[in-house]
Design a protein around this ligand. Sequence first.
Ligand SMILES: Nc1ncnc2c1ncn2[C@@H]1O[C@H](COP(=O)(O)OP(=O)(O)OP(=O)(O)O)[C@@H](O)[C@H]1O
Length: 710
Amino acid sequence: MAAVEVRNGYKYYGSKSNPKIVLNHLNMNVMRGSIYGLLGASGCGKTTLLSCIVGQRCLNGGEVSVLGFKPGQPGSGVPGSRVGFMPQEIALVEEMTVKETIFYFGRIYGLTDERIREKFKQLKDLLQLPPARQMIKECSGGQQRRLSFAAAMIHDPELLILDEPTVGLDPMLREKIWEFLVETTRNSKLAVIITTHYIEEAKQANCIGLMRNGVLLAEDTPTNIMIKFGTQSIEDAFLILSQRQGNEDDLQEMLNNSNQQALPTSALPAEVIDTHEPQAAPEKPPLPYEEPLNENRKRIFFTTKGRIKALMTKNFVQLFRQPSGIIFMLLFPIIQLSCFYLAIGKTPTNLELGVYSGEVSSYSECFDDKLITVYQANDSCHFNKLSCRYIRELGDEVATRKYYSSEEDALKDAKRAVTVGYIHFAHNFSSSIFTVMEDGIHASDGAVDHAELSVHIDMTDQQVAYFMQRKLRDKFSSFMHSVVKDCNVSSAVVELPVQFQEPIYGSPDIEFQQYCAPGVVMTMVFFLATLMTAAVFISERMDGIWDRTLLAGVSATEMLWAHLLTQLIIMALQSFEVIMYIGIVFDTYNKGDTTTLIGLLTLTAFCGMLFGLFISVFCKSHTEANFVATGAFYPMIILCGLLWPLESMPRFLQDLVMVLPFTIPSISARNVIEKGWGITNDKVYNGFLVMAAWTIIFFVLCLIGIRRKA
Ligand SMILES: Nc1ncnc2c1ncn2[C@@H]1O[C@H](COP(=O)(O)OP(=O)(O)OP(=O)(O)O)[C@@H](O)[C@H]1O
């Protein structure tokens, strides 16, 4: 009875209009209880044929029947537990140990732990597996290959497909594996399809298929093939068949690879060379597919829970055994937050400010208390060297003062950027203040001008300039208050007729740091999750682990859920860590509910993770994924109002950015932290809604993409 039947198999890559034909009306029969050696030069289509048999790819034409079913048919167990597949690449998780790998595959195939232990013992002896606790990345290429073979065998499949299992193994072990396969197929219904570059070892197969350019040139027992072509070896027979097709380059390459000595073409008996071209098989009735049985379904569809558990364990092991994984997940947020809190929004220090006062001939006068006086005489308040008093009140807390004996020198240094600018007092500063106070609105323009503090600042460094302006103005205001107080005059005289009362929310000197902290934390957790997820998924796909797990019958949805659950746990931990860190170390206050904040941050990280997944589904390589993530990062940060008020954007842009993932959620987070609003406030829950909407959008897109690829 046939385990695998391929009829008129036709497969191409590329577009329909410009196809690259890989399987060209190929026919193949693999019987139960037999070994089928599939031989052919590199690139002839062996892997493609195997992938169509296991249901990883679909044929463009023709039919395949595997164990009586169409691959992929619900209930067929193909892909799934009825088939064992060892791909060409190693496709194992490097961070797992030998034992964990066997248990991982055993569990996703639905075996009990006891059965896995039994099988492990058996396969360990047979395949000389490395010690149970050895990590895969510490195994040699040959050891990894043997383990990969064991993983394909763990669940006693009915069909075993081995893509070059003996590459890199020593001859003794190769012989042992063949012996095992011969023995097992003889005593059971197991069907084995094996591709190999070592043509001679295929002599032990029950049937050989010689494949070239997408067609099977011959399919028979090794003995019959040699008899048919009158040769002493299978290589010679293959050479003859290849010559019939024309170019023998491919064959030569294969023979070289096989380390066997190729037979010179001149040595071939010319009379056996058949010039007949292989034809498409004549029309045959459709393959008799079986109806899936309920028992079959039961056998195949064991608990999703068990699989998800196995997948999640793998994900955690993979993440936490990589030092970079732990650093990325737990240390990066700390490093990034520390950078932010230490570097952003702090008061500038070590600035140098030029000072020129025309009132003094030497600045030592400014430090002689007897010279700086405010005194009453003739019902008036008189001043001496008030500029000195301001200079002293200014202190070094705003900037280090650098004294100049002329305004020209002060300007020169400011122009050379030695100082951030300079302040200048007129020679009659004190007397002008006296005049302005005495004469009030009748004071002359000259007196008003000379009673002013002149400030000349380098405005190219906007933040420093704004800081200096604010500080000098505030200091001047407090200085004037203290002067009029000494004169027993009401401070209302020097008060601006604008009074900023107690703020409705926040504090009078809200820092830039406080303003942008929620947005910074959100974007940080979002993009950390994005990058990590994209990296994990792309690596998994590139290493073949993703495909191998799918071939074990795990659905794309189950794999997706396992990843989502793993990440959700990590993201919740990360959000908790972030909030605790900024609260305890940087003393950041939160007037609202911490749980609401952790919830919003976890949702943000989850959304970032789905964005990473979305990128990984549509990008083929790490480089492409990094380009997309970096490309998305800057527009999202710039447009979310984190760096500059949204209100300054053109109207159409304001409407557009409102739907971006960070705009409304970072406002919501600020509303919780600064205003203490709760989740029931629409200006808080709308942030959750926006983030949830993006999460759903990315999830649906990922699901569509993954299902399409699967
Ligand atoms: N995804 C793909 N897109 C386009 N072409 C592909 C794809 N996969 C394989 N091919 C091409 O199809 C041909 C057959 O590839 P396949 O991997 O099936 O060969 P093979 O016989 O298994 O080779 P090898 O022994 O080297 O593994 C090759 O020319 C290969 O370049």
